[in-house]
Design a protein. Structure first.
Length: 128
């Protein structure tokens, strides 16, 4: 599951910290980009932002993020919502990694560790 935050109510800790550090020029995503992504759908549609979903009866889930991921806070909130719904959920956060960075550098130690953990999770829940 990939967390996606397009609701203006969520101001993520990472964005605030990076804004203060001068790493971001704006706190929020440009409205035109949000509307383009939503393609006419309600911004609270769980298909766009899982935080609005009903997780009761959801299968086990693993969420992967990094300390530099702009969606880290939303991923943590989604993990907590899964747990409150009684779903077995694991959250793994890698130091210094940005959003889905483990997909971009196959030789990084964090990539190997992320995919080892993901494989272990699937082996556990798919009965290997």
């Amino acid at each position: 599951m990939v967390g996606f935050d397009r609701d203006r109510r969520y101001v993520q800790d990472e964005r605030v910290a990076r804004l203060r550090a001068g790493q971001l020029q704006r706190l929020s995503t440009p409205r035109s980009g949000t509307l383009l992504y939503a393609h006419g759908h309600d911004l609270k549609d769980p298909q766009l932002s899982p935080i609005y979903g009903d997780f009761s009866g959801f299968p086990p889930a693993i969420l992967t993020s990094g300390t530099r991921d702009l969606f880290l806070s939303l991923t943590v909130l989604t993990h907590r919502k899964l747990r409150r719904a009684g779903v077995e959920a694991e959250l793994q956060v890698f130091e210094g990694m940005s959003h889905a960075e483990y997909n971009f550098n196959p030789f990084a130690p964090e990539t190997k560790e992320a995919f080892t953990e993901i494989a272990r999770f699937f082996d556990k829940h798919l009965g290997k």
